[in-house]
Ligand binder design. Sequence first.
Ligand code: AMP
Length: 126
Amino acid sequence: MAYTYDDQNIFAKILRGEIPNDTVMETDHTLAFRDIAPQAPEHVLVIPKGAYVSYDHFASEASDAEIADYTRTIGAICKQLGVDLGGDGMGYRLISNAGTAGVQDVPHLHVHILSGRPLGPMLMRA
Ligand code: AMP
């Protein structure tokens, strides 16, 4: 089955400039901005500019340039936040929710970067 992408999702609107965002970093292929409802002292969302619904969609269909840019931008944001292990930061957690099992609210690929405090267990029990 082919991937379907809803271009009315809120991150698509942010990319089109229809909704404002608190940008942290922008490159040719990637945009990162602060989450509107932060779950930790540092909570940044990183999205590709291309129309990809999930990580697996991105991994299947994005160009090598998009994938390299996305990966390196996530690392660069960790450095900019001062949480990277190379800079002796406190560390962070990356989360990318997809579909029903992942409880994905916005159907445009995003990685959450969370840090600023010890984040506790990885998952809550259902
Ligand atoms: P997910 O459940 O992984 O799809 O997460 C979607 C995230 O997008 C949530 O953490 C929301 O707080 C965040 N979010 C929704 N609308 C906006 C917005 N306009 N600007 C920034 N973050 C948003």
